[in-house]
Design a protein around this ligand. Structure first.
Ligand code: UGA
Length: 434
């Protein structure tokens, strides 16, 4: 099939590349000339495991190309994916200006039937708004489809190639047929494609992310309670997770959910509910708890150092909001750094992928180490903010010589409690005994 993908951000690029992988011809469009030039020269602009192999293969085989020329991409394609940003606007609700703007531009270029597919996370009713833009500007038959993405950063390629499910919101039989054909190679193992109306599809995305954020937040509160009553959250997690109705995944407590999706989507859904005169109390509580959870490590530090951390130096392992990504959007590590700096402490950080992004944001406000051990040099304590695999099994002997105080505040529960006791560490983790 002939496909255009408008927007080569994280979602657009993964979508375009993975659609080319099953034999489609994909043209990716972006207004950023420099970025398009780089991609034309074979440079993958984001870090996403496995993406580079598919990216290069499909470029070489002529199925994946890049352009700034929207008219060309529209002319050449029958299916047009929109993967554009929907940042929170001034009122916190998703800002649709990129999507509606692109819809307007496309509507002026179409000369024959096209399916416009929205991949971005958008408020309920957006497909109708996009359709209205087309109705205003062209007589040509257009179907607008909602097709939310459920990709996780770090495993996005796998998630696209083997999705748990595909959700497609359209009431047009013609569009439904084309979408079923497009996705057939991805659901060969029998995973479902759910067809539904556009509004249900749009809400499915927000409901999925908000439910997962709620699940994590619930566990974060259970973890906080475990600390108070002397229980072990790992035991509780296993105890409840083995019940199929609850499930084992997304029950890991930590220092709050972050990233470009959960915080934004939970807020957008709460606001959407509000603007429809529905008070979504549960989501409000989730947001409040998560806000506090992001700085629990600092609260623990302050308690440990009797409220005074001025002049102390802390090693920080992990800056990305989660492992296997260089994404630092809404990363708990940044909130921790802020709180530490405000209190006059110093920070030496290390992250396997996100250092450049943090350097661009914070410059010399903190120090950067070349590896996880170098970060420990002269530190009063180690703080762990991201569960990168490389942090899971460090050389404790090597650490001992560097981290003289043997003090660790772990926001991701990386180490075995007994092991840390045996090694003589003060090891403060989340929801577990000291
Ligand atoms: C999330 C969803 O999982 C995807 O399905 C969705 O497509 C995507 O948002 C999106 O809307 O684009 P992502 O933000 O990449 O994906 O990352 P997740 O792996 O879901 O993690 C989100 C946050 O939850 C991270 O901060 C992570 O550390 C935290 N988390 C996750 C926990 O604290 N505990 C857990 O058990 C799992």
């Amino acid at each position: 099939m002939k496909i255009a993908v408008i927007g080569t951000g994280y979602v657009g690029l993964v979508t375009g590349t993975c659609l080319a992988e099953t034999g489609n011809n994909v043209i990716c469009v972006d207004i950023d000339k420099a970025k398009v030039e780089k991609m034309k020269n074979g440079e993958v602009p984001i870090y996403e495991p496995g993406l580079d192999v598919l990216f290069h293969r499909n470029i070489e085989q002529g199925r994946l190309s890049f352009t700034t020329d929207l008219a060309l991409a529209v002319k050449e394609s029958q299916l047009i994916f929109m993967a554009l940003p929907t940042p929170p606007g001034g009122d916190g609700a998703a800002d649709l200006s990129y999507i509606l703007g692109a819809a307007k531009d496309i509507s002026k270029l179409v000369t024959e039937y096209k399916v416009i597919i929205n991949k971005s996370t958008v408020p309920v009713g957006t497909a109708d708004k996009v359709q209205a833009v087309f109705n205003e500007n062209t007589q040509v038959e257009i179907d607008v489809v909602s097709n939310p993405e459920f990709l996780r950063e770090g495993v996005a390629v796998d998630d696209f190639m083997k999705p748990d499910r595909v959700v497609i919101g359209t009431r047009s039989e013609k569009a439904q047929k084309l979408m079923a054909e497009l996705y057939a190679p991805y659901v060969r193992q029998g995973n479902p494609i759910f067809f539904m109306d556009e509004r249900s599809s749009e809400l499915t995305k927000y409901a999925a992310n908000s439910f997962l954020a709620t699940k994590i937040t619930f566990m974060n509160e259970i973890a906080n309670l475990c600390e108070i009553v002397g229980a072990d959250v790992d035991a509780v997690r296993r105890g409840i997770g083995s019940d199929d109705r609850i499930g084992k995944r997304f029950l890991f407590p930590g220092i709050g959910y972050g990233g470009s999706c959960f915080p934004k989507d939970v807020q957008a859904l709460a606001i959407a509910a509000e603007s429809n005169s529905y008070n979504f109390q549960l989501l409000k509580a989730v947001m409040q708890v998560n806000e506090k959870q992001k700085t629990i490590l600092v609260d623990k530090l302050l308690k440990y150092y009797n409220g005074d951390i001025k002049g102390k130096r802390f090693a920080l392992w992990g800056l990305a909001f989660k492992p296997e990504t260089d994404d630092i959007r809404e990363a708990p590590a940044l909130y921790i750094i802020d709180e530490l700096l405000i209190r006059g402490a110093k920070v030496t950080a290390f992250d396997p992928e996100a250092m450049d992004n943090v350097k661009a944001l914070l410059g010399d406000k903190i120090d950067y180490a070349n590896n996880q051990y170098e970060a420990l040099q002269g530190a009063d304590a180690l703080l762990i903010a991201t569960e990168w695999s490389v942090f899971r099994n460090p050389d404790f002997e090597k650490m001992e010589g560097l981290l003289a105080n043997k003090t660790i505040f772990d926001g991701r529960n990386l180490f075995d409690l007994q092991k840390m006791i045996d090694l003589g560490y003060y090891y403060n983790s989340v929801g577990r005994k000291l």
